[in-house]
Design a binder for this molecule. Structure first.
Ligand SMILES: Cc1ncc(COP(=O)(O)O)c(C=O)c1O
Length: 407
């Protein structure tokens, strides 16, 4: 039986233990919601202060050149590239994940003009479905929304693109990127991976599996701050032929010619649309310092060890919960989802006790384990708080039933 002392020993041996000091974490809080909004890296405030007080206030418009604001989408993209197995010139940072999905799905349809089908997963993050559906309506494309078990069979010779999230947001189920990419390519389809719940929590190798396109957000395990810009990847082999449907002046080959005709920039810059949100981009760039020198294999090892420990402790100490996440760590991301009919109130009781996770209807309690700043003792302490709440029935207090806008 593992106890708190054993958890402390695991922390003492953790090769990533020192990374926690790179974050500003509030005293008395166990933050298990880095899969929703990452914690704030200490590198961010000083960088933001400089950006606001010097680059903006004093540099004014000159900072687009003098402070290197203009090339930031490519520069920050190049840093994210290392985390996802991409080349430095295959990633740019721009817009939101949803908007980037639109860009790559329409580009994929353009690369497969004779095919009229997009395959998505029915239980995927809703935005992924909505974006595909919207494109389907406008472009006379069939969107096949299938159950996970039917995915491989649904990918056929009519399919232009397959779009799915590598790690499911509700359950933490992790799909086999190599296998699904291979299936898409076997029938001549293109693959789009949504890496929102992957990037910054585990290694992934887009070029290793031969992925075509990918998108992901900056505010979860990348810790870029609320509403941080997202990123978009396209494999180099598509750069010359992919055509952006969502066109804007920052995607033009020569934006400051202000030409009436659109001529796409070379490479990933053609997926830029409007002016980048510089302050958010600067915050994301500074946040990425937290990954400096981090071995991505160690990151995944720790993520697996944390989720394994959590599941084991729940099994031992807190009966009455279902496990919505796969037990096999190979099939699991960096989050564990438990189910309970009173999940909402239980999560509110946990948050009131300083253990922050979140809730997804109808009955899912989500716990995210960001390997850079979560310790093994945090896992132990969180489970003990949950046990106490269940034993004392403290989740039944009326204030824990009250629902607010964000769950
Ligand atoms: C898997 C997945 N895709 C897309 C999104 C939406 O991202 P954005 O708000 O950047 O459009 C989310 C948000 O949580 C997500 O979890």
């Amino acid at each position: 039986m593992i106890d708190r002392k054993a958890a402390e020993t695991l922390d003492a041996r953790d090769p990533l233990a020192a990374c926690r000091a790179r974050f500003d974490l509030p005293e008395g809080i166990i933050y298990l919601d880095g899969n929703s909004l990452g914690a704030m890296p200490k590198s961010v405030p000083a960088r933001m202060k400089r950006a606001v007080e010097q680059e903006w206030a004093i540099g004014l418009i000159r900072s687009w050149n003098d402070a290197d604001w203009y090339p930031a989408p490519q520069r920050v993209g190049a840093r994210i590239a290392r985390l996802i197995g991409a080349g430095a010139d295959e990633v740019v940072v721009a817009d939101s994940t949803s908007v980037n999905l639109f860009k790559v799905l329409t580009a994929a349809l353009g690369l497969r003009p004779k095919r009229r089908k997009i395959v998505v997963l029915r239980d995927d993050f809703p935005t992924d479905l909505y974006v595909a559906e919207g494109i389907g309506e406008q472009a006379d494309v069939i969107v096949a929304a299938v159950e996970p078990d039917a995915l491989l069979d649904a990918i056929d010779g009519e399919t232009a693109a397959v779009s799915l999230t590598h790690v499911n947001f509700r359950t933490g189920r992790r799909y086999d990127m190599g296998k699904i990419t291979r299936r898409a390519h076997e029938v001549g389809a293109l693959i789009v991976w949504d890496l929102c719940h992957t990037v910054g929590a585990m290694r992934c190798d887009l070029n290793g599996v031969g992925a075509d396109f990918a998108v992901g957000c900056g505010y979860k395990y990348l810790n870029g701050g609320p509403g941080a810009p997202a990123f978009v990847f396209a494999a180099k082999r598509h750069h010359a032929t992919m055509r952006p449907m969502l066109r804007g002046w920052h995607g033009h080959a020569r934006p400051f010619d202000f030409a009436a005709d659109f001529r796409p920039a070379s490479g990933m810059a053609r997926f830029l649309v409007g002016t980048a949100p510089q302050l958010s981009l600067i915050a994301l760039e500074a946040a990425l310092d937290a990954f400096d020198g981090v071995d991505l294999a160690a990151l995944r090892d720790k993520s697996v060890a944390l989720t394994e420990l959590f599941i084991r402790l729940i099994d031992q100490h807190v009966p009455g919960f279902g496990l919505a996440s796969p037990r096999d760590p190979e099939e699991r991301g960096s989050q564990v989802s438990l189910t309970h009919p009173d999940g909402f109130a239980i999560m509110q009781a946990l948050i009131a006790r300083g253990v922050i996770g979140d809730f997804r209807a109808p009955d899912i309690l989500r716990f995210g384990f960001a390997p850079l700043y979560i310790r093994y003792v945090d896992v132990w302490d969180a489970v003990m708080v949950l046990k106490d709440i269940m034993v004392k029935l403290s989740w039944q207090r009326p204030e824990f039933a009250e629902r607010r806008a964000v769950t």
